[in-house]
Design a protein around this ligand. Structure first.
Ligand code: NI
Length: 177
């Protein structure tokens, strides 16, 4: 168990295409996932990708717990997704605010596909195959982008909708991904 430092935008390690995991249920992989979970929880994030803690592997985690701080957020069970493949199930996109633990203190409006299928495996190598929409689909796209070296500001289409969280949302608590 360890909370790791999260790399911030500007670090070239965030711009790499991550490597696939080839061995499952190893101590190394289980430790990585535990560290990612500890780190995400300590920062109250909704998701984290391995490259954000400097590990060049295709591993993401995400979770949204229902609680009073985020009454509008849709609940997402804790998920470990390895070697993901995303398939859009619509051409429709939607703009909404995103934040990122690697871009602290900022928010931007990002267009995302509204419905998609994600496939991959968990840490035991068991198949994962889910179709999701809305905020869940957004979180999956955000996290999987990290594995391609893409940070959400690179997807912003109108920079008028990019700024400091404390200025944009002075009253509100918000979630980082
Ligand atoms: Ni992020």
């Amino acid at each position: 168990m360890a909370i790791k430092p999260v790399l911030k935008m500007g670090d070239p390690r965030l711009l790499q295409v991550a490597k696939p995991v080839i061995e499952f249920n190893t101590n190394e992989l289980n430790t990585l996932i535990q560290d990612m979970q500890d780190t995400m929880k300590s920062l109250e994030g909704a998701g984290l990708a391995a490259p954000q803690i400097g590990v060049d592997l295709q591993v993401v985690i995400f979770e949204i717990e229902k609680n009073s701080r985020y009454p509008d957020a849709e609940e997402i069970p804790f998920t470990v997704l390895i070697n993901p493949k995303l398939t859009p199930l619509t051409e429709e996109t939607e703009q909404d605010w995103e934040g990122c633990l690697s871009v602290p203190g900022m928010r931007g409006m990002v267009p995302r596909i509204t419905k998609l299928r994600y496939q991959g495996v968990d840490q035991q190598g068991q198949t994962i195959d889910h179709s999701v929409d809305g905020f869940h689909a957004r979180v999956v796209q955000h996290e999987c982008d990290h594995l391609q070296g893409i940070l959400y500001p690179m997807r912003i289409t109108d920079f008028k909708n990019f700024g400091y969280t404390e200025v944009l949302f002075p009253e509100k608590e918000v979630i980082d991904e």
